[in-house]
Design a protein around this ligand. Structure first.
Ligand SMILES: [Zn+2]
Length: 278
């Protein structure tokens, strides 16, 4: 009997939160904010596994039907100019996993969407599958040991119109680096490598792990001095004209989540979660 009960899966906390927002009408209030042309959201994906390709496709369909998806660069320009379209969203990926090339990019292309790929340069340079998996476990702190996109694949995506940004050289917690030359190597060094390998200007940066404690004012001043014009966290929130361009908010999204959960975060329903002062 106990076994029977255990087989019935309880809805996740996030799903319950989504039902709560809908049933209380809070979602409607939050959505009104998103309907405004003054706010933009940026989605942060990492890995799209083979068994998540269909679910990811549903995310993209939902975005195509309900949002204005822009390349990140265009979204930032529109934000600055005060000419954002209604419900503006940009899509980004961090780290540089092979599944982005294999599963995400073809789906994005089908919908005519572009994305910004924040690449960890030491990972992109690995040729051996075993080494890539070991790097993934040790440097990204992921147990699944994923493979990397190669420079050739990144150049191909860049040629398709995807923007390439930097996500450091080795994916460290930048705020823990005391030595300024190491910090420079991670931030400026990775930009130079990307510009050499991809052949385009690199102006966007996202800092590893993405939470408030992973980045500080000292790190951001190095990011600014290295010539980047924008920097992205992994902290949920609305971006508007007053958002610090070196601390843009992004919504971490799992491609396996149901569309209702994606919508909850797009509507600002999860902004209480990990939000810190600007
Ligand atoms: Zn990362």
């Amino acid at each position: 009997m106990a076994g029977e009960t255990a087989r019935v899966q309880a809805p996740s906390g996030r799903l319950l939160w989504s039902y709560f927002l809908k049933s209380t009408g809070l979602l409607h209030v939050l959505r009104r904010k998103h309907d405004s042309c003054r706010f933009a959201r940026v989605l942060l994906y990492h890995h799209v596994p083979d068994n998540g390709a269909e679910s990811f496709d549903r995310h993209l369909r939902h975005l195509a039907e309900n949002y204005t998806v822009l390349p990140l660069r265009d979204l930032l320009a529109a934000l600055k100019a005060g000419s954002l379209p209604r419900r503006a969203v940009a899509i980004t990926f961090d780290d540089g996993f092979l599944s982005v090339y294999e599963n995400a990019a073809p789906a994005l292309k089908r919908y005519g969407f572009s994305a910004t790929l924040f690449v960890t340069t030491d990972f992109a340079g690995i040729r051996d599958k075993g080494q890539a998996r070991a790097f993934c476990i040790s440097n990204f702190k992921r147990r699944d040991g994923l493979e990397n996109m190669t420079w050739e694949q990144l150049r191909e995506l860049s040629d398709w119109g995807f923007e390439i940004g930097s996500h450091t050289g080795t994916h460290p917690v930048l705020s823990e680096i005391r030595d300024s030359s190491t910090l420079g190597e991670e931030i400026l060094g990775s930009r130079k490598i990307l510009e050499r390998e991809i052949g385009t200007e690199v102006s966007a940066f996202s800092f590893p792990f993405g939470s408030g404690k992973d980045c500080d004012a000292r790190v951001l001043s190095v990011v600014r001095e290295a010539g980047y014009t924008s920097c992205f966290s992994g902290i949920r929130g609305w971006n508007d004209r007053n958002t610090n361009p070196y601390y843009f908010f992004r919504d971490p999204i799992d491609p396996l989540w149901p569309v209702e959960v994606l919508e909850m975060f797009l509507s600002g329903g999860g902004d209480w979660w990990g939000k810190i002062p600007r």
